[in-house]
Structure formats: structure tokens, C-alpha cells
Design a protein. Structure first.
Lengths: 156, 111, 156, 111
């Protein structure tokens, strides 16, 4: 049921973690380490990507609920010539991203009742392309950040 | 895991200094601490975010929840933050309009 | 052909990287980040494990040669009650660890002709158990480090 | 990637200060630099490892290769290292018996 993942460039780097909150920090570490190896990416863009991936991992983990200890979240990283792509895949309940409630405007006193629902708006703002692919097995969120060409290989 | 919370009193305000990463794993500890402070009658709380390396939507949610709780006690929750990457998260979500954000603990506890 | 991996505790964390030298640093980062989450492990033991895993990854990558761009190295991490286990799996040429040449003693002037072959002796010294499982598809190196019990979960 | 190499002259010695991680990816740059120095006639080389965060067997191999090359020119390659975790790698492999290891660049270039 899942659409094929458009994979720019070579095979991905993959990180598979148990669907538990304590491992989101590891996903962030891997993403910021991989992103900073591309020297042309500014630090604040690395922070943007790190936060977006973190939000996607948090949602993936929450979609599993607390019950299933064996469930897994798979993070994949591709480097294209002019973009980075990260996907976050879960085996959770799935959802329809079109049907999320809108928040009341921030100046509305009602706004304070919305302690949640900030993750997806953040993701949409932070990266250049977002794609949610709901499927029967779960959800795949694909995040794309545009960037300059990969650093030429300095290895002798 | 990587979160530390230190409480001090200053000029009638309770200052909660947060160090480390606030995410889905650590945010419950921050929430607990805020709830605890409010139940101890601390109704003017300054959350000092200068030591925060990372803050996500879960962390924002906890701060919004704290503010709401304090407002219902006629109190307030204000923030100290000058780090651009943390401020950005408040800006994107429009929460700069909801929270008073100060440059220093001094400024936040001056009133 | 591969013996089943004895897996202590829960499902592993997995990191799959292309078999290229530039990614060994990422493997080290993941290992030291995971190990330091176990607070009872001393810093120098974390360094030991990091170095041992790094050596195993280097061998895995070298076993692939430079030719095959699509080949992959799979690192897996398990936490048991009293041990950490890391495995490094490649699809390279395989080898017989019993048949490695011994080095001449370090005081022998001949010793300077051995710029290589220090990796496996290092691994053997640094971790508490090492197991090489050659197979037709490649090699799996299993490294075990003993440690105290996992930190009790502090999450509310 | 994460490796920097700085060369200075001091008291007739060539000091190569290494910063960062020496592993299978970066060691070729260290090897190249050593070969280059030797071919420029620098035969008394001190490799300063104080800025090194990580050193693996590939790095050891490059240092052994450098020493061998220099000995064949009647030169020497000595090390500066006080970091316990780096010294440990030399100890395990018996290379503390092969290299002169000094506490400081001053000590290494005193002779
Ligand atoms: N991977 C996912 N699987 C299932 N549901 C999801 C997923 N990601 C997001 N959702 C749904 O979208 C809602 C909004 O997500 P988000 O904006 O991140 O806010 P929050 O997670 O705080 O609710 C979530 O509450 C959840 O119902
Ligand atoms: N994963 C592996 N696959 C195939 N051969 C290996 C593997 N690991 C080690 N070897 C063999 O064992 C030899 C010794 O390894 P090591 O002690 O790490 O030293 P070095 O890698 O410097 O030669 C290697 O040269 C290689 O021939």
C-alpha cells in the first residue's frame, strides 16, 4: 500500500530504534552529525532539520502507544546532489494529515487549551518538502531539505 | 535523561532554570516540576531557557500548560531566552505572542 | 550458514551504513551515545567499546574493498541486564581469525614492518568477549562488554 | 573529515600537531603529510597528539610507517601525548616500547 520512496542518490543510511521516547535523542544526534558532514549547510538549517526529524520521530513513537514493546521506528537518510531526504516510518495507527484541527489564533484566549498539535505545523515550516504517506502498516513521513552540492571527497 | 532543573527564589519570583534537552522523553519531568511548584503556591514563575540545547513541541506544550495553570491562579509564567535557535521555535508557533520573553533573569524578576 | 545471534534483552538498535570509511565516525558516535546513557559505565570503558567497534567497522569496510558501492555494514546494539552486545556484520570476503599471523615482539626491529594487523589484537583486549562468525555472505563480529545493571527508568 | 594538521618548526625539530579523530577515513591525510615532510628533508619529526580525540589502529599504523621511514633516513619520529585514553592504545599494542613519548612539545624538542 505504501508508495515507493523516491530515493535520490545512493542507498540510505538507516537507523532503526525501538518505538520508545528515550531514543529520539539518538535520532537527533545521527541527523545532526550527518548533516554537519555537509559543510555547505548552515548551522541553523541543521537545527531546523534536527527539530523536524525529532518531531516526526516523536509522532511515530506516540502512534505506537505504550503497549507494544517490540515496535520499531525506522529512520532513513539519503543525500542527493541538492537535497537531503530523511524518512521516518512507523507501524502505528496511521492518520490523515489533511484532517488535523486548525488551532485558534494565538491571540485567542482559547489558544491556551492547545498544548498539543504544534509538531506538524513546525515540521511544515522547518523543511522544504514534507510528505505523509499513510499506509495500512503505519505512516511514513518524508522530509526534504534543499542544500548545495555535496562536499567534494577530500580523501586521497 | 539529559535534563536538569534548578529552582531558586528571586525578588518574589520562582526561577526554574532548565539545562539540557527538552523533548518527548524529558518534558514530563519539566511538567511535573511546574505542577509541583504551582501546588506549593508559587504563582510567579520564570522559566530560564538559557541552558536549553534543544526544545521541541512537547516542551512548548508543557510551557503552555504551565502558563494556563498559573493564569487560573492569577499568576504568570514568563521566559528567559536569548538563544536564536530556541526563540525561533516560539516564533514559528506564534507563541512569542503568548509568553513574555525576557533577555535575562534580572529583567524577568525586576517587576 | 550464520549461527543465530544470541540476543540478550530486547530488540536491537540497528544502524546500517554504506561500506565506506567516512561512516565509521557515525558508528562511533552512536555507540558512545548509547553507552553513555548507561550511567554505570565508566568513561574509559565507553572509550574501549567505541574503539573496538570502530576497529570492527573498519575491518568490515575494508573487507568490501573499494569496488562495490552498494555494500553495507550493519551494526546492532543490544542491552542485557549485565552486558552490552554490539555486532558488526559485513558482506565481504570473510576470513579465518585463527589464521592471522602473529607479530614479532615489539622490541624486534622487524616489528616496524607491521603497520597493519593491530586491529584484532586491540579488539580482543578492549572488550570482554569477541566472537567472529565467518559465513558465506561475510563476517559477523560480536563484541560483548560486561557492565552493571541498566539504569532504572527515571521517566514519570 | 574531522582532522586538522599544523606544522611548525621548533629548535631544529618539525612539530606536526594533530587535532581531531585519526581513523580509517582521516589517517591517509596524516600519512600523506608525513611523507611530504620527509621528502622535504624534515627528518626529526615530533607528532603532537594532545589535540587528538580518537586514534585507532590505522592511525598507529601510519605512525609506525612514519617512524620506519624516518629511521631509514637516520631520523626519528617521537610523540607528545599525556592523554590517558590515547596512551592506552599505545600500551595495549606494545608501541610504548617503539616510540619515545614525551609530556610536552618542549620536552620533545629539548634534545
Ligand atoms: N506518525 C503518525 N501516526 C499516527 N498519527 C499521527 C502521526 N503523526 C501525527 N499524527 C496525528 O496528528 C496529530 C497532530 O500531530 P502534531 O502536530 O505533531 O501534534 P501532537 O503530536 O502534539 O498531537 C497527532 O496528535 C496524531 O493524532
Ligand atoms: N570483517 C572481516 N572480513 C574479512 N577479513 C577480515 C575482517 N576482519 C579482519 N579481517 C582480516 O584480518 C586481518 C587482520 O585484521 P586487523 O587485525 O584488524 O588488522 P588490519 O585490518 O590492519 O590488517 C585483516 O587484514 C583481514 O585480512
Amino acid at each position: 500500500m505504501t508508495a515507493p520512496e523516491p530515493a535520490p542518490g545512493s542507498d540510505p543510511i538507516e537507523l532503526e530504534i525501538p518505538a520508545r521516547a528515550e531514543f529520539v535523542a539518538l535520532a537527533r544526534l545521527v541527523v545532526s552529525s550527518l548533516a554537519s558532514a555537509r559543510r555547505e549547510i548552515a548551522d541553523d538549517r541543521i537545527d531546523d532539520l534536527k527539530l523536524a526529524v525529532s518531531e516526526a520521530c516523536t509522532n511515530a513513537i506516540e502512534a505506537h502507544g505504550a503497549g507494544e514493546v517490540d515496535e520499531r521506528v525506522l529512520l532513513r537518510w539519503w543525500e542527493g546532489d541538492d537535497r537531503l531526504r530523511v524518512s521516518v516510518e512507523d507501524q502505528g495507527s496511521g492518520f490523515d494529515p489533511q484532517r488535523l484541527r486548525d488551532h485558534p489564533p494565538v491571540t485567542d484566549p482559547e489558544r491556551l487549551n492547545f498544548e498539543r498539535g504544534l509538531g506538524i505545523p513546525l515540521i511544515r515550516t522547518l523543511v522544504d518538502e514534507v510528505d505523509f504517506t499513510p499506509s495500512q502498516r503505519g505512516t511514513r513521513v518524508s522530509l526534504v531539505m534543499y542544500c548545495g552540492p555535496a562536499e567534494p571527497d577530500l580523501e586521497p | 535523561m539529559d535534563l536538569s532543573l534548578d529552582v531558586t527564589e528571586r525578588n518574589g519570583y520562582t526561577v526554574l532554570a532548565v539545562h539540557g534537552e527538552v523533548d518527548v522523553y524529558t518534558a514530563p519531568r519539566l511538567r511535573e516540576r511546574l505542577v509541583e511548584l504551582v501546588s506549593q503556591g508559587k504563582h510567579q514563575i520564570v522559566v530560564d531557557l538559557e541552558g536549553v540545547d534543544f526544545l521541541d513541541s512537547t516542551g512548548l506544550g508543557v510551557l503552555v500548560g504551565g502558563l494556563k495553570r498559573l493564569r487560573s491562579h492569577d499568576g504568570d509564567l514568563t521566559l528567559v531566552c536569548t538563544q536564536q535557535r530556541i526563540l525561533k521555535v516560539f516564533e514559528i508557533t506564534g507563541l512569542t505572542k503568548v509568553f513574555a520573553i525576557h533577555d535575562s533573569v534580572e529583567a524577568a524578576t525586576a517587576g
